[in-house]
Write a protein of this length. Structure first.
Length: 449
């Protein structure tokens, strides 16, 4: 088929894509390994098996992974001696959070101002719609072997798929891996994500007294655990907002596309008059340098607090680690830093949480060149490269398991999607363009090698 013929087929399939997405959004597939899986997680898997089978995928199977979530696999045989492409997605979603903050029901796909709203509409069920639409559109013109892998606990980062991949290499082995769990820098501007920061979280606890003591009788001399913790946390950034963990470099340079401050302020919903952080460019601060963020603090709430010196407090710190930095060493540095800056000889203990390695994707090779051409053709403009501040630990597992494979990240999750937030949405034009790009890639990659 010609490019135009494939584009026409993708366009004609957009009604089916909307139906697919509406059915997927209706599944409340929020997986949490700490409790029993909701029935909708299993229903979502059943739907994937049925729908991918209908789209031409053979032997679509569900596999229970180490954390109890289900991975979905399948394959389509292509021409003899053709390369193999692995298509990734995840089928779990974030909880909807504050239901009152949604302008339409979170579990009902709703069209508004040209966008489709609903939890998972972009992350990552919109990307599943891309895969299905591309496979239906390309049909018998497939020029490669295709495999699929769908993850069931990505939002929890609980490790089921990271355990599954190295134990099932032949089931997933591929020459090119398309990770559809990212997005363009803005709607209509095709973007490949070529780097991901890793993660190294800790929980730090401070203790000073055996019990809370009256602030009038003892305050001033009695060591305040909350004040000590605040002082420690304040050392994680300098006056400009740069992360300042002793032993961690924070002067890395980003050489890809620039992230305009005006666009970032809009994407990040920065309030008027409030400054952005750091002495580097926006791209360097969010894609190339370490960033420490205080995720939460355990201490007395304002409502109900008493006039007492606080005896103990703790905080959870999220440390994002750029490519080229060892996350274990970064976690060690953060722990040493917290002990070193603790005032008044307070008692400090630090609990390590799971770490995830940073990732650098393919930036050359036949698959990279083929997907770049396909995206450029689909969008009618050149592809740009960006980083991503978030972490996808599976990428590093895939890279280690299949070191010769080219791994590319893209997808429908541009900034306006508000993934993880209330009123998540997707621009349907992104589904259409991404599906066209993927279909062209599945047609052409085999002959590009």
């Amino acid at each position: 088929m010609t490019d135009d013929a494939i584009a026409d087929r993708v366009h004609d399939l957009m009604g089916r894509a909307r139906t697919d997405l509406a059915e997927m959004v209706a599944f409340e597939s929020v997986y949490d390994p700490a409790g029993p899986a909701p029935a909708d997680c299993a229903r979502m898997v059943d739907w994937l098996q049925e729908t991918f089978t209908e789209a031409g995928v053979s032997d679509v199977e569900a596999h229970v992974t180490a954390d109890g979530s289900q991975a979905v696999t399948g394959h389509i045989p292509g021409p003899a001696d053709a390369p193999t492409v692995l298509l990734y997605f995840h089928h779990d979603v974030q909880p909807p959070l504050d239901a009152d903050a949604w302008d339409s029901p979170a579990w009902t796909l709703t069209e508004r101002d040209g966008r489709w709203y609903g939890r998972g509409a972009a992350d990552c069920k919109g990307n599943i719609a891309v895969h299905l639409t591309a496979l239906r559109a390309i049909g018998d013109d497939l020029g490669v072997n295709v495999k699929i892998i769908g993850e069931g606990s990505e939002e929890q980062g609980s490790g089921g798929i990271e355990d599954f991949v190295p134990k099932n290499p032949e089931l997933l082995r591929a020459d090119a891996i398309l990770i559809l769990d990212s997005g363009n820098i803005e709607v209509g501007r095709p973007t490949l994500t070529t780097s991901l920061r890793g993660i190294a979280n800790v929980v730090v606890s401070v203790e000073t007294l055996s019990s809370a003591m009256h602030s009038g009788m003892f305050g001033g001399a009695a060591p305040d655990a909350l004040a000590a913790l605040i002082a420690m946390l304040a050392t994680l950034r300098d006056d400009a907002g740069n992360t300042t963990v002793t032993g961690l470099d924070s002067d890395q340079v980003w050489t890809g596309i620039d992230y305009r401050e005006s666009q970032f302020r809009k994407d990040a919903t920065v309030l008027d008059g409030v400054g952005v952080l750091g002495s580097g460019s926006i791209a360097e601060m969010v894609w190339a340098r370490p960033a420490a963020t205080v995720l939460g603090i355990d201490c007395p709430p304002v409502v109900g607090s008493s006039a007492s010196v606080v005896p103990r407090a703790r905080a959870r710190i999220n440390l994002r680690v750029p490519p080229g930095m060892d996350p274990a060493a970064a976690q060690d540095a953060l722990i040493a830093h917290l002990h070193a800056v603790a005032p008044w000889h307070v008692r400090v203990s630090v609990e390590r949480e799971a770490i995830g390695a940073p990732f650098s994707g393919s930036t050359d090779g036949p698959a990279f060149e083929a997907i770049s051409r396909s995206l450029s053709t689909a969008y009618g403009t050149e592809v740009v490269q960006q980083g991503q501040g978030g972490s996808i630990p599976l990428c590093t597992v895939l890279q280690n398991t299949f070191p010769d494979a080219e791994i590319m990240l893209f997808g429908v999750e541009e900034p306006r999607c508000l993934i993880h937030a209330p009123n998540e949405s997707v621009d349907p034009s992104e589904i259409e363009h991404m599906a066209l790009a993927e279909a062209l890639f599945l047609r052409d990659y085999g002959s590009a090698r």
